[in-house]
Design a protein around this ligand. Structure first.
Ligand code: CP
Length: 305
């Protein structure tokens, strides 16, 4: 049984295969013709945490492929409110659906679910740990907007401690050639030590900074993140770092980089920046559809082999 729990479960070759398949899906979407590639299949979206993009883009992807969707998002109206465990919930839903997309606040929840599921589990975010399908759509955005992933210089900005999208993406980029990374964060929100150690072991060039003014002019991608208020054990600690970075029009104008953001944003990118050619974050969220179409198709087909 193939699941997608962590970027560590897939190698560079398989990543490139998914990106290739996503490109075909994007072309099929552009034809506006209805597709029947997953006709008769059912996706269950099981979300224990809020989501707009991940859940709705997975549901859109399944419907665009001709499949059906069932969903459990409002925990108050499900039997989670009566105390049902994640394991029992997954055992039951895996008897109803052909594939499950799971978001949960606990690190390791998706891995645990995969041990009890009869169908593939896709991790849609487990606490601060991993968000692999976001990473695949981030890589797809880089490929589509810059034309390559090898050799890029990317700056991650904001909450590098709790941001699961950066943890997944940094790992995935470490599989590509000659990628250079900048980590720009307040000292309280630095990249976790295990990720830093992994980069050192792989001889990846990276630089830790606190100011956006310390970035190299040659940066290709500015990957901005929200400070993850909900993950701070102490609200006073959040108050100290909130609003640390605000990307403004004056900072962006004339720069060669593209700006990405997994969204939602709070106040870290000024709305005026949206109009600039560097702003790619809404295109990035659209790319979630073809990428998730490719992932659903691959996992369901692999599982039937
Ligand atoms: N990027 C992302 O995971 O967005 P949602 O929380 O809205 O799903």
């Amino acid at each position: 049984m193939r699941h997608l729990i962590s970027m560590k479960d897939i190698g560079k070759e398989e990543i490139l295969e998914i990106l290739d398949e996503a490109r075909k899906m994007e072309e099929l979407l552009n034809t506006k013709r209805p597709l029947r590639l997953l006709e008769g299949k059912i996706l269950a979206t099981v979300f224990y945490e809020p989501s707009t993009r991940t859940r709705l883009s997975f549901e859109t992807a399944m419907k665009r492929l001709g499949g059906e969707v069932i969903t459990m998002t409002d925990l108050k109206s499900s039997s989670v409110a009566k105390g049902e465990s994640l394991i029992d919930t997954i055992r039951v839903i895996s008897g109803y659906a052909d594939i499950i997309v799971l978001r949960h606040p606990s690190e390791g929840a998706a891995r645990l679910a995969s041990e009890y599921s009869q169908v593939p589990i896709i991790n849609a975010g487990d606490g601060s740990n991993q968000h692999p399908t976001q990473t695949l759509l981030d890589l797809y955005t880089i490929m589509r907007e810059i034309g390559r992933i090898d050799g890029i210089k990317i700056a991650f900005v904001g909450d590098l401690k709790y941001g699961r999208t950066v943890h997944s993406l940094v790992y995935a980029l470490s599989l590509f050639d000659d990628v250079e990374m900048y980590f720009v964060s307040p000292k309280e929100l630095k990249m976790p030590e295990d990720i830093i150690e992994d980069l050192k072991a792989k001889n990846i060039k990276f630089y830790e900074k606190e100011s956006l003014n310390d970035l190299d002019e040659d940066v290709d991608v500015l990957y901005v993140t929200r400070i993850q208020k909900e993950r701070f054990p102490d609200p006073n600690e959040y108050e100290k770092v909130k609003g640390s970075y605000k990307i403004k029009k004056e900072y962006v104008e004339g720069k060669k980089f593209i700006i990405m953001h997994p969204l939602p944003r709070v106040d870290e990118i000024d709305y005026e920046v949206d109009k600039l050619p560097q702003a790619k974050y809404f295109k990035q969220s659209f790319y979630g559809i073809p990428v998730r179409m490719a992932i659903l198709k691959k996992l369901i087909e692999d599982n039937e082999r």
